[in-house]
Design a protein around this ligand. Structure first.
Ligand SMILES: Cc1cc2nc3c(=O)[nH]c(=O)nc-3n(C[C@H](O)[C@H](O)[C@H](O)COP(=O)(O)OP(=O)(O)OC[C@H]3O[C@@H](n4cnc5c(N)ncnc54)[C@H](O)[C@@H]3O)c2cc1C
Length: 372
């Protein structure tokens, strides 16, 4: 590997977007991931209209991958149900399908995919379990996972957790969930449900640790408790949910934004900004950051990292702030009831929140150029 070639750490949406834009701009990026086989990372699987738009610009068409079309938001809170149209069509797709397609497009564009598990980062070098990877341009795209030397700050009295289970495809679920992303709000958290390309239902919860602790720390006990409280959720979970594997992720630093960085270190995706997942805009942020970081590198080389990071922080500020507000409202039972009423009687309020929590898509690259 040449020292000046960009090294991208993580082949999720952020890393792949950067690799595609860099390779199309004439660079020879090395895309590195710890996983040789694309898994199905913990994620709600909702692709917003802005995510879809950005994916298409990268030549990945979610509908051609079989994504489930979604045109409305259905909100459940305190026994109320309300449906509001989404501002634009969105869809549901597994991360396995999405990440597989993105890696393929990155490789076809000219990125080289290699495998190692990075354990620490120092200026100019990533230390892997297999070898050291020197590069004067490191693109940090390890997503939810922090790497020693570049870890994000995490301090919260009641940290956020993510849980996910995939429920088998059934006619009943298809009939209940067709066309919609559902949000079931409960005190200190929510469950999002959307159908994916194979008809399975992705049930993803984001909640405070204290809510899980009250259920004895058991995700199954928590789900049983929520199902007993909310008939609509119970109906969707059906009687086969407790055979599904529940995956979890801890201490998600929702709301954090990287405001600066050192020359040569570009922070992307969840390593650049963590939007509350209720907004369903994390993948969009990942794609936008990957694209924008690559464009800065093509224009300015490794020295462009601080310029990129500051510009991306400004771009992420509004969507992250709006999503934080939505999360605060959703976590409070009283405010959640008002949100359900707003969805029914003033859908334009939901429309505005949904629109304002989107990140602006980066403009297409005008003149691909590479630093001399
Ligand atoms: C509960 C929950 C639900 C969500 N639901 C949605 C949703 O419905 N829609 C949405 O748009 N967003 C959602 N998000 C957010 C979304 O999942 C993330 O914002 C998005 O995955 C970030 O993409 P990324 O490329 O930055 O990182 P990731 O998708 O996490 O990819 C990181 C990559 O880096 C690799 N990697 C990690 N560590 C190392 C290492 N040490 N060495 C080498 N490789 C490494 C991993 O294998 C992976 O391939 C949700 C998040 C949570 C927590």
């Amino acid at each position: 590997m040449r020292q000046q070639d960009p090294l991208i750490l993580g082949a999720g949406p952020a890393g792949c977007a950067a690799a595609i834009v860099l390779a199309r701009g004439g660079a020879q990026p090395l895309l590195l991931d710890r996983a040789q086989t694309v898994g199905d990372p913990l994620c709600g699987g909702f692709l917003s209209w802005r995510t879809v738009e950005q994916l298409r610009a990268l030549d990945v068409d979610p509908l051609a991958l079989g994504a489930h079309p979604v045109t409305q938001l259905r909100l459940f809170a305190a026994g109320r149900e309300a449906t509001a149209p989404l501002p634009h069509p969105a869809c549901g797709l597994s991360r396995h399908a999405l990440d597989t397609a993105l890696r393929q497009v990155a490789q076809a564009a000219g990125a080289r995919l290699v495998f190692d598990h990075i354990t620490a980062i120092e200026p100019g070098v990533a230390h892997g379990k297999a070898q050291d990877w020197p590069s004067e341009s490191l693109f940090l795209a390890s997503g939810k996972h922090d790497i020693r030397g570049t870890a994000r700050p995490r301090h919260s009295d009641d940290p956020a957790l993510g849980l996910r289970l995939r429920l088998p495809a059934t006619t009943k679920r298809r009939d209940l969930l067709t066309d919609a992303i559902e949000l079931h709000l409960f005190a200190r958290g929510y469950a999002g449900i959307v159908l994916q390309e194979d008809g399975t239902a992705n049930v993803c919860l984001a909640l405070r640790k204290s809510a899980l602790a009250e259920a004895g720390g058991s995700p199954q006990a928590l789900l049983a408790r929520l199902a007993a409280q909310e008939p609509a959720l119970s109906h969707r979970l059906g009687d086969d949910w407790n055979t599904a594997r529940v995956e979890s992720i801890g201490a998600v630093p929702y709301g954090w934004i990287a405001r600066d960085t050192a020359p040569g270190l570009f922070r992307l995706g969840d390593q650049a900004a963590v939007i509350p997942s209720l907004a369903g805009e994390g993948i969009s942020i990942a794609l936008a950051s990957g694209h924008m970081a690559a464009a800065h590198w093509l224009d300015h080389g490794p020295e462009g990292a601080p310029l990129y990071q500051q510009a991306f922080a400004r771009k992420a500020r509004r969507p992250v702030a709006v999503a934080r507000l939505a999360r605060t409202l959703a976590e409070s039972p009283r405010a959640a009831t008002l949100a359900a009423l707003a969805a029914r009687y003033a859908p334009q309020a939901i429309h505005a929140l949904a629109s304002l929590s989107r990140i602006a898509a980066p403009p297409p690259l005008a003149q691909p150029a590479r630093p001399a």
